[in-house]
Design a protein around this ligand. Structure first.
Ligand SMILES: [Zn+2]
Ligand SMILES: [Zn+2]
Length: 338
């Protein structure tokens, strides 16, 4: 039962695929309040809510308070957090630290140090009520299929990170919060960001990738795209970006499909740490392998582009079909040694 007396004056439902943080900003602005003021007045907490990535680490008290004051069910609110991809994109959800497929924000105090919030300018421009989507935090989501355009991961005017929860922070004199679509540094309206057509390198890779993008956009996909698929896909990304003397997989696949070389970052940077442009290339290389893993992974191995030991390095749990692919390499080796 909803207790009507507890409801906030303005209590919209989250929009399709809306991020928790975006919804909370809209609620605050709907009360003509700055976000921090609203959180202090309505939730009894001020800035400390924003010392963490609330879309990854939504505290239970916040979800309960939002439910009580908006009449929206707990489940719906939990679905607005990145926890919703558990069992879809990953087996385990890590509360903190590196979570594969999710772009990090690298928060220091309340500001982000990584361009981990992406957006499609066309989606924002077409929205009746502009809002930020959950899928824009997913590292393999580099283009919008609806608008056939590249996402952006920064303000095109000043290069700043997209941090719509920070628009009013520290600006005490500013009463009006402005628009959620405006850059928090320079006020540029992100809806006016340039629309860039994505480069697609190979048809078979695209045919494997597009259903994943559409799944994140809300369409259903076939059973092939299970959590095991995404685990293997991530392993492919990892090998494509691995340092080492005997890893030529990136070059091998890039030559096949005519993709440019992606310069490796130093240290153990993972796929999620790479730039939007680089991820757009690497995911297509990985999808090319996933389009026909039995033939293409084994072929790469036979051409010495990847070692057998790399294929299953630190990879658990491994889906059976992938175990079989790796076994094919072993069998080939045994056959060639006979
Ligand atoms: Zn779009
Ligand atoms: Zn800016």
């Amino acid at each position: 039962m909803i207790d009507m007396s507890k409801l906030w004056l303005y209590h919209p439902k989250p929009l399709p695929d809306e991020l928790l943080s975006s919804w909370l900003v809209r609620i605050a602005h709907g009360h003509d309040m700055k976000l921090q003021t609203f959180c202090r007045v309505a939730l009894g907490k001020g800035q400390d809510i924003w010392l963490r990535d609330i879309d990854r680490q939504a505290p239970d008290w916040l979800i309960r308070a939002l439910s009580k004051n908006t009449g929206v069910g707990l489940r719906t609110i939990r679905r607005a957090s990145l926890l919703d991809y558990k069992g879809v994109l990953y087996h385990r959800y890590k509360w903190s630290g590196h979570q594969y497929w999710i772009l990090p924000l690298m928060m220091v105090d309340t500001s982000y140090h990584h361009h981990g919030m992406q957006y499609c300018p066309m989606c924002l421009a077409e929205d009746e009520v502009p809002y930020f989507r959950k899928r824009w935090r997913v590292a393999l989501y580099t283009m919008c299929t609806k608008h056939q355009c590249m996402l952006h991961d920064r303000c095109p005017s000043c290069g700043g990170v997209v941090e719509f929860t920070r628009r009013e922070m520290g600006k005490f004199s500013q009463v009006d919060a402005g628009l959620i679509t405006q850059c928090h540094v320079c006020d540029f309206d992100l809806r006016n960001a340039k629309v860039v057509k994505p480069v697609i390198y190979d048809e078979s890779a695209a045919l494997t990738w597009m259903p994943v993008l559409k799944m994140l956009e809300g369409e259903s996909v076939d059973a092939r795209y299970d959590v095991g698929f995404f685990a293997v896909l991530h392993q492919m990304c990892k090998i494509l970006l691995a340092h080492g003397q005997h890893v030529y997989l990136q070059k091998f696949v890039a030559d096949k499909i005519g993709a440019p070389e992606v310069a490796l970052l130093t240290g153990h940077a993972s796929f999620e740490n790479y730039s939007l442009e680089d991820r757009h290339v690497v995911i297509q290389l990985a999808m090319w392998l996933m389009a026909d893993p039995e033939a293409r992974i084994v072929d790469a191995w036979r051409n010495k582009a990847v070692r057998y030991s790399m294929l299953n390095k630190d990879f658990k749990p491994m889906p059976q079909w992938y175990r079989d692919v790796v076994m094919l390499c072993v069998n080939w080796r045994l056959a060639s040694e006979m």
